[in-house]
Design a binder for this molecule. Structure first.
Ligand code: KIV
Ligand code: ZN
Length: 554
């Protein structure tokens, strides 16, 4: 570790904008979105996409609702050139969608780019050159004047080429590359000079894209830069200000959001943040951040799993399980206190108009995701999560104190197995613990007679495997059965509920008993189509569990 980073790295100088307005602004509508998945995203892959893959991804981008899609860098690759031709010749571009291509600022490359676009209904031609000092000085050995000259010449060539193809509706876009590290007055000067060539009007606006090609400052600095440009551009109303943040510092989403507050009209990025190095800004996160603020993002992620599948297949890159909105684990709570809060939130959610479930910034169903994995049980989890899984998976609602008891049973198993338990595992453990408890007593049948307040019962049981008939009496069937079993127990509570999932008209009964010599109480459960049968089974289950209790065994 370097002892003094200040010897090696310089901090970004603050922008002189004491009257900045953006901190008080709110984002009130969706920006113009531009997907560069097929260009910046594709450029950053181990293996660039095939034409078929690009066609599939393009179709999906249009289904999501993108109206501007940067489809290729046609002068740089034959595959890209051919892809643009396929889109146009096979009439694959929806009426309201503009395709965009990127070109470097060189005549031959511009000409080749226009060749790829012949016959397009409408297209955006995007030209860039590097303007930041480190590029001017180190990479191109070019002074400011030469840098401007390059951009102006390219702008003129683009205008001339566009005039040769008047049947296409053209939009021009200029990017001063690494805008975020370019001296602001120089970025303004070069952008003005390009605009002077293109002469945009409010009817025919140009796009000025201001990339944070390499993110190198906090997002507020980018916002200052965007506000400064927005204030100082002479043809502001004829210019669409676009931002193109990369994620080198991990703050591209914040940078884009603050840039929108600072006056940007348009955002370029990729789905799930694919793109060079740490990626382009993640358009899914940006759009869904808007959605959770009650703003229509104008992009449809109502089947986000499908979008993720296609993106993963196209890029051959996995999406992280904790990626906002889409990751496998982002709607999952393992911790007991989180599970408890979520469970309470869901219980009252149906009575509310607006979404307010703790720990869940968005309703997973809005993204086509289910509630199935919202609660998962591991050794960190508590009774709430276990109860939720049994309730939603099997329609089993345990009494509250029984939830505590059963979570102890689960914890015990988990301490030795150490792995997660799914609803099916819990259901099996519940059955093993309560419904299968058959020693020393197994109830085979019963007959009950009632006269006034007195109940008489005859139980047919197996006692340690031997058939026995036992009689008992009491002020109810349970008291009579307890008498018949002849054990020193008292009944503390009884509850009965219908088992609401997939088991016909099954009733589940729960009996809580105390037995001398055993601390606290114990639950038993029984399940049957007859309520009396279920409650007798529950009593026998509780008694059997009491007999098996370590305190009694010792
Ligand atoms: O990141 C960048 O600067 C780019 C430009 C070509 C716009 O991708
Ligand atoms: Zn980029």
């Amino acid at each position: 570790m370097l002892k003094n980073p200040a010897e090696k790295y310089t901090a970004f100088a603050p922008i002189a904008l004491p009257d900045r307005k953006w901190p008080a602004q709110r984002i009130e509508r969706a920006p113009i979105w531009m997907s560069t998945d097929l260009r910046d995203g594709n450029q950053a892959l181990f293996e660039p996409m095939s034409i078929d893959t690009k066609l599939e991804l393009f179709a999906m981008l249009t289904r999501i609702g993108f109206k501007e899609i940067e489809v290729a860098f046609p002068s740089a690759s034959q595959t890209d050139f051919d892809f643009v031709r396929r889109l146009i010749e096979e009439d694959r571009i929806p009426e309201d969608v503009s395709i965009e291509i990127l070109t470097q600022a060189r005549d031959s490359l511009i000409d080749r780019s226009f060749e790829s676009l012949v016959g397009a209904r409408r297209a955006i031609v995007h030209v860039y050159n590097a303007t930041a000092p480190v590029f001017r000085e180190t990479v191109f050995n070019m002074d400011r004047a030469a840098c401007i000259e390059l951009a102006v010449r390219a702008a003129s060539r683009i205008r001339e080429q566009a005039e040769r193809y008047p049947q296409t509706e053209w939009t021009f876009q200029y990017s001063p590359e690494v805008f975020s590290s370019t001296e602001l007055e120089f970025a303004l000067e070069i952008s003005e000079r390009v605009a002077a060539v293109w002469e945009p009007t409010t009817q025919r606006r140009m796009i000025l894209n201001l990339p944070a090609t390499v993110e190198s400052a906090t997002p507020n600095v980018y916002a200052d830069q965007i506000e400064w440009m927005s204030r100082n551009l002479s043809r502001r109303e004829a210019i669409i200000i676009s931002v193109h943040p990369h994620n080198d510092r991990g703050t591209a989403v914040a940078a884009a959001e603050l840039a929108l507050m600072a006056g940007a009209d348009r955002v370029e990025g990729c789905l799930f943040g694919n793109g060079e190095r740490t990626g382009n800004v993640d358009l899914v996160t940006l759009a869904l951040n808007l959605y959770t603020q009650g703003i229509d993002p104008k992009l449809d992620f109502s089947n986000i799993n499908e979008v993720a599948r296609i993106v993963e297949e196209s890029t051959q890159l996995p999406i992280h399980p904790r990626h906002p909105y889409v990751g496998d684990l982002v709607f999952t709570a393992f911790s007991g206190s989180h599970q408890d809060a979520i469970k309470k939130g869901f219980a009252v959610q149906s009575k509310k108009d607006t979404w307010a479930v703790p720990y869940m910034p968005i309703d997973p169903r809005d993204l086509g995701r289910s509630y199935d994995s919202v609660i998962r049980v591991n050794s960190q989890s508590g009774k709430g999560g276990i109860a939720w899984l049994l309730e939603t998976g099997y329609g089993l609602t345990m009494p509250r104190r029984m939830q505590v008891e059963f979570s102890g049973v689960v914890q015990h198993v988990m301490d030795s197995s150490g792995t997660e338990m799914e609803a099916g595992d819990l259901w099996r453990l519940f059955n093993q613990t309560y419904l299968d408890a058959a020693v020393p007593f197994k109830l085979r049948s019963h007959s009950l007679k009632e006269s006034g307040d007195e109940h008489r019962i005859e139980l047919s049981i197996l006692h340690h495997g031997k058939e026995e008939q036992r009689q008992g009496r009491g002020n109810g069937p349970l008291a009579a059965a307890l008498d018949a079993l002849g054990t020193a127990c008292t009944i503390h509570s009884f509850e009965e509920r219908s088992l609401s999932h997939g088991s016909g008209a099954q009733a589940m009964a729960f009996v809580e008993i105390a037995m001398q010599g055993i601390p606290g109480t114990l639950f038993g459960a029984g399940c049957s189509t007859s309520i009396t049968e279920a409650s007798l089974q529950a009593l026998v289950s509780a008694v059997n569990r009491a007999f098996a209790h370590p305190a009694r065994a010792s």
